[in-house]
Design a protein around this ligand. Structure first.
Ligand SMILES: *Cc1c(COP(=O)(O)O)cnc(C)c1O
Length: 425
């Protein structure tokens, strides 16, 4: 149908992913149900690797986009490292034995416990703790001293670049909580004489998410490159690694133009090919968003004069992006014939007791869709399951990974018992 979804297409009247019919999965495993295509994820990784081949590079997948350990293992098996933001994510890395030298850890609020976990990961400690404040640098130094080791760090630079994305996912402005500005970083460089247990070997940036133009990236890359050279020359710091972060957007709607992986990697190669730095990138959404769908079943139609409500069995508890950022997701019926029927303005809403519980609003949607029919909420592979919860005491849903003709359950559906397991009477 569209190149946005390399592995999703209508065939003989039904929507398929790779060589599997989605209706068969909905019937076998129930709904709501997350389904991912391995081939779609591996395709994105291969395009990035091909584009960055001229550079000494490492792709560190941003685990928070979709943190299922089965997916993480496959992403690591494809040569990627991991970008983490919590001790829980470090535990996931440990569960799949992800190699220490390919792990970086970002985040403004790392606790002492998390820092110690990272410093002792696999005995050697991870490749880099990405420091986001002066106080954090001092704490890492102190903990490394107690553990009698050197902590390998990058410092996260906030380049004050406007990524022109939704304010809630913009991170590279001085008005955001992330990173340190140039003056703060130069002051930290002065203080390094006293921070003898820090091995400062790089800089990182990450200016936001779902960025649809390359120009903010270029500006931020030029700024971090200049700062890296200044730190090498004026402070003799052995900066040999630049982590350019993630944030490259993907098309969620038909006709939406996002940077191609080829243009994005060409920009990076143009700016860094002759530079003495290992280049890291931290893609999250770009690897997984359009690989996944959320399957859901129609429960009821509420006809209204101007706009119908279609109540489905998935909600903001399973996919919070529409509610949180008014994010747009295409919704496709699993039966192709529905797409040819008469349309009416429709809101697709969930069962949760919040008016913000919608998956799609004001869409032209087939009137023929009725109780028992299935639809696929498209582009749900990133920030879908990983942001899901149990609000309204809804057990978290199952996740399926499809590869060719095979479908594997990579997370079982939670039961009612799971809801109260940790509670005490
Ligand atoms: C969230 C995050 C990413 C990934 O962002 P995407 O938009 O999913 O590519 C990368 N790096 C850091 C530090 C992040 O917080």
């Amino acid at each position: 149908m569209s190149h946005r979804f390399s592995e999703y297409r209508y065939q003989n009247g039904d929507l398929w992913v790779e060589q599997v019919r989605l209706k068969d999965l909905a019937q076998a495993y129930g709904t709501p149900l997350y389904v991912y295509s391995l081939s779609a994820i591996e395709g994105q990784i291969q395009r990035l690797q091909k584009g960055l081949a001229p550079l000494n590079h490492l792709i560190c997948y941003a685990v928070k986009a979709n943190s299922n350990i089965n997916l993480l293992r496959k992403i690591v098996d494809n040569g990627c490292g991991l970008d983490l933001v919590s001790g829980g994510e470090l535990f996931r890395a440990h569960r799949i034995k992800a190699p220490a030298e390919k792990i970086v850890f970002s985040g403004v609020g790392k606790t002492a416990t998390e820092i110690k976990m990272a410093l002792s990961y696999q005995g050697t400690g991870i490749k880099s703790l990405h420091v986001e404040s002066v106080e954090e640098a001092r704490l890492i130094n102190q903990l490394a001293s107690e553990l009698k080791l050197q902590a390998s760090i990058c410092v996260r630079f906030n380049p004050n670049v406007d990524p022109k994305t939704h304010p809630y996912i913009s991170t590279g402005l001085h008005s955001n909580k992330f990173g340190l500005n140039r003056e703060e970083i130069l002051d930290l460089a002065e203080e390094m004489k006293e921070l003898k247990h820090l091995k400062w070997h790089g800089l990182s940036i990450h200016i936001g998410s779902q960025i649809l133009e390359l120009s903010p990236f270029e500006q931020a890359y030029l700024d971090v490159l200049k700062l890296a050279h200044d730190l090498r020359q004026k402070y003799s710091l052995p900066i040999n690694c630049l982590d350019l972060g993630g944030g490259v957007g993907v098309p969620y709607r038909q006709g939406e133009v996002a940077p191609s992986i080829e243009d994005y990697t060409a920009l990076i190669c143009r700016l860094f090919e002759k530079e003495p730095f290992q280049i890291l990138i931290e893609p999250g959404r770009n690897l997984v968003a359009n690989s996944g769908v959320l399957l859901t079943r129609v429960l009821y139609r509420k006809p209204r004069p101007l706009k119908d409500f279609l109540v489905v069995d998935a909600s903001m508890a399973e996919l919070i992006r529409p509610c949180l950022y008014e994010a747009y997701h295409d919704v496709w019926p699993l039966e192709e014939k529905q797409t040819k029927n008469e349309m009416k303005q429709t809101d697709i809403v969930g069962p949760v007791c919040e008016s913000s519980d919608f998956l799609a609003q004001n869409r032209d949607f087939p009137i023929s869709l009725s109780q028992g029919d299935f639809v696929a909420v498209m582009s749900a592979g990133a920030y879908g399951f990983s942001m899901s919860g149990q609000f309204n005491s809804r057990p978290r849903v199952a996740e399926i990974l499809v590869s060719s003709t095979q479908a594997q359950v990579i997370r079982r559906r939670e039961t009612f018992d799971d809801l109260t397991r940790e509670e005490m009477l």
